[in-house]
Design a protein around this ligand. Structure first.
Ligand SMILES: Nc1ncnc2c1ncn2[C@@H]1O[C@H](COP(=O)(O)OP(=O)(O)O)[C@@H](O)[C@H]1O
Ligand SMILES: [Mg+2]
Length: 224
């Protein structure tokens, strides 16, 4: 079961990466072409045909709208920033994007250099933050959230703390989001803990060891 769900996480990530690239490269390029064609049509118009101009203008603004949606979708699926500019840039982008779309105030507190993290570790941190912040917006009725990421001698420490209503007893296991986080974290030999109370809100803690990559960890287990 465990192996199967690990495989599922990896497959899902690969699928998202492919979809994201396809959206960005193919759909994005085609829309850009369409926009250029509209420009050409505009230049072909008869003088004084206002309805024609208005229709082309409308079509152009629809295309612009779709271009924006596709870009957001592609970034949401798998921010190319994570691959191109690293974890910190990707997290900053995600937080900016989220605060643009919601009333949540998010403080991002990142200290340390994360360039040496494996792709899996970066992806894990990014997905945990993404899911936890989505939960804050969706469930917590929170006003403020702090995302803290730092290096410790043992590895990485991440927490996402909201000032919301807390998780109702028995609810934390009812969705797929927190379960998915737990699975991703366990796959990297990390630990996850949730502190929650109606008065103080919810804090999700994740710790990932840095020294042992998953293969090495299982090798060490086998050897020791
Ligand atoms: N930050 C939070 N504040 C309050 N409730 C939460 C929070 N995060 C999760 N929950 C509760 O835990 C449940 C499970 O969360 P999750 O596994 O992410 O699934 P989903 O978001 O799909 O419902 C949510 O439905 C919600 O009731
Ligand atoms: Mg969720």
């Amino acid at each position: 079961m465990r192996q199967l769900s690990q495989q599922l996480v990896a497959t899902q990530e690969e699928e998202r990466r492919k979809l994201s690239r396809e959206l960005h490269d193919h759909v994005g390029q085609t829309l850009t072409g369409l926009r250029m064609e509209l420009g050409r049509i505009e230049r072909l118009r008869m003088p004084d045909n206002e309805r024609f101009a208005a229709a082309v203008g409308e079509a152009r603004s629809l295309v612009d709208d779709v271009v924006r949606t596709v870009r957001d979708l592609a970034l949401g699926l798998r921010p190319s920033m994570l691959d191109d500019f690293g974890l910190q840039a990707a997290l900053e982008w995600h937080v900016r994007d989220l605060t643009r779309r919601s009333d949540l105030a998010v403080a991002l507190d990142i200290s340390g250099d994360f360039a040496d993290l494996s792709d899996q570790q970066k992806t894990c941190i990014y997905r945990v933050v993404q899911e936890a912040l989505t939960n804050c917006v969706r469930h917590a009725k929170a006003r403020r959230v702090t995302v803290g990421l730092s290096r410790t001698p043992a590895g990485l420490e991440l927490h996402i703390a909201d000032d919301g209503i807390g998780i109702e007893a028995g609810h934390s296991g009812q969705g797929l989001g927190l379960k998915g986080i737990e699975e991703r974290v366990r796959e990297l030999s990390g630990t996850m803990r949730i502190d929650t109370a109606a008065e103080t809100g919810t804090t999700l803690h994740v710790a990932l060891p840095l020294a042992a990559r998953p293969e090495e960890a299982s090798f060490a287990r086998a050897a020791g």
